[in-house]
Design a protein around this ligand. Structure first.
Ligand SMILES: Cc1ncc(COP(=O)(O)O)c(C=O)c1O
Length: 496
């Protein structure tokens, strides 16, 4: 007994020390006193952290934990640093970190309600809240009877959704739901070989992957014509549809981007919805990054037409300040979600006869690819519970608005150009002071090597651009001015 008490005391003290180290880490990152990332070789990192020794011998404790934790934190990507303007990953809010910690202790996986009752209820309420933003849920978000009250039996009025470990799984789930809708026998007999989907070339690779995972094969993707900025051209959809038909394919789904990963530009959902209605096609919106515009009165117009879609992928770990991972696949029609998967698992699902088309139950595992699931909703919930939904909308407006201000600044420079005015918080630009398509890559490498900024690049219409994703609320005009100065400095270095 006393042993156990000692161990508990020691463990909690170690956890408190780690928490303190994390506070220091975050403060230093936010103040920009350290590098965003000074990338090292894997061999160096392995040596610094001494991984094999710890695994073989154990013994990490209060006296020596810093030997591991210090290099681990030092060589991480510092997301809280104002110069982190790289990928589309949230700079996490304290609330989601707290939820991660709670989950790490209580570890309630939630394929079935009884293995995570509180987390299951939270997931239902946050999903209903997200559905409400799409116009797919009416009534109180914490009223669990709308399925019956609004009446799936009278023609389901409310939608349904499930949280997944990432937008990639959400996209796969949407594709499977659309397939079940178009070809219910596919689950038993396999995917019919004439089914096809239409999607713009800039579709995220996770959807293209899902197409092969689901057994369609890549030939089932008919790429829709896009503008020179890779935005889908709705007026060309008919042509793509007829071409597919002429080649014996049966198109059953159209997928659009809201927004596109490389550019942050939105496909015109409403116009595509019109086309889908005409041909009775499933409309999927990949809003992994940009669906959060639904939270802002000012930016919601970018998602115009969403209520007419059939499914939506929406990542909270991108624009909702939630640590990775927490994504949602949402369906306008709860029957669509109910028909996606079929399983026989007598050891885990006991109430399946009560689930199904007329009633979406609380066993999330029935509707997701995953069996064991993290308490994903709790992460998003904690952020909302601390900030409130209005503040979440304000955050979107700030990030989108700041990005437009950064665009004005960059575009006004003689030696920089931007190919478009940003719609979201993703901004592409080129340094024009040196010629050559490889220049932007070289400049990025040089900027990264200095450790003050983390930025990315993207190819649009065959041309390589530098790319910013403005995730960090601490990134200001001053940060961007310093970035431009540093790019010029690196350019001098390149041109010798
Ligand atoms: C448009 C889009 N869809 C899907 C994904 C994949 O989401 P996840 O990384 O959560 O799997 C991304 C990721 O960047 C994305 O931008």
């Amino acid at each position: 007994m006393s042993d156990r008490n000692d161990r508990n005391t020691t463990n909690s003290t170690l956890a408190q020390h780690v928490l303190h180290a994390l506070e220091t880490y975050q403060n230093e990152s936010e103040q920009g006193h350290i590098s965003t990332l000074l990338q090292q070789e894997p061999e160096f990192l392995n040596r610094e952290m001494d991984l094999a020794k710890w695994i073989r011998e154990g013994g990490l404790n209060l006296d020596n934990y810093a030997k591991f934790l210090t290099p681990y934190l030092e060589h991480s990507q510092h997301m809280h640093h104002p110069g982190f303007i790289g990928h589309q990953v949230a700079v996490p809010h304290e609330g989601s970190a707290i939820a991660d910690m709670i989950h790490g202790v209580i570890n309630n996986p939630m394929a079935v309600y009884e293995m995570g009752p509180t987390a299951s209820v939270i997931e239902r309420v946050v999903v209903n809240w997200m559905l409400e933003k799409c116009g797919w849920f009416t009534g109180a978000i914490d009223d669990f009877s709308p399925n019956l009250k609004n009446g799936a039996k009278n023609g389901a009025k409310n939608g349904a959704g499930v949280l997944t470990h990432g937008g990639s799984l959400a996209n796969l789930t949407a594709l499977l739901a659309a397939r079940a809708h178009a070809a219910p026998e596919a689950w038993q007999n396999g995917t019919p070989d004439n089914l096809a989907i239409i999607a713009p070339a800039a579709t995220h690779y996770s959807l293209a992957r899902a197409v092969s995972i689901a057994g369609f094969g890549q030939n089932a993707i008919r790429y829709a014509p896009v503008s020179e900025l890779e935005v889908l051209r709705p007026e060309k959809l008919e042509q793509t549809f007829l071409q597919a038909q002429g080649e014996g394919q049966k198109v059953f789904m159209v997928s659009v981007n809201a927004c596109t990963t490389a550019t942050g530009l939105y496909d015109p959902i409403d116009e595509v919805a019109e086309f889908c209605k005409r041909h009775d096609l499933w409309l999927h919106v990949d809003g992994a990054h940009g669906a959060s515009a639904l939270l802002s009165d000012k930016e919601r117009h970018l998602m115009k037409g969403i209520s007419r879609a059939d499914s939506l992928t929406w990542d909270a770990h991108k624009m909702m300040r939630t640590s990775a991972l927490c994504a949602a696949i949402l369906f306008k029609d709860q029957k669509a979600m109910a028909g996606t998967f079929h399983q026989d698992a007598s050891y885990i699902f006991y109430n399946t006869e009560e689930e199904g088309e007329d009633k979406i139950g609380f066993d999330a595992g029935l509707y997701a690819v995953e069996c064991t699931k993290s308490a994903l909703g709790a992460k998003m919930f904690w952020v909302l519970a601390m900030e409130g939904e209005k503040s979440m909308g304000d955050f979107i407006e700030k990030q989108y608005g700041d990005t437009r201000a950064f665009y004005e600044l960059i575009n006004a420079q003689e030696d920089f150009t931007c190919p478009y005015k940003p719609e979201a918080n993703i901004l592409c630009f080129r340094y024009e002071g040196i010629e050559g398509n490889d220049t932007q890559m070289t400049l990025r490498e040089k900027v990264l090597a200095r450790g003050d900024f983390y930025i990315t690049t993207a190819v649009i219409g065959g041309v390589r651009y530098l790319r910013l994703t403005v995730m960090n609320p601490l990134t200001t005009l001053d940060t961007i001015e310093k970035l431009l100065a540093e790019i010029r400095l690196c350019a001098r270095d390149v041109s010798g």
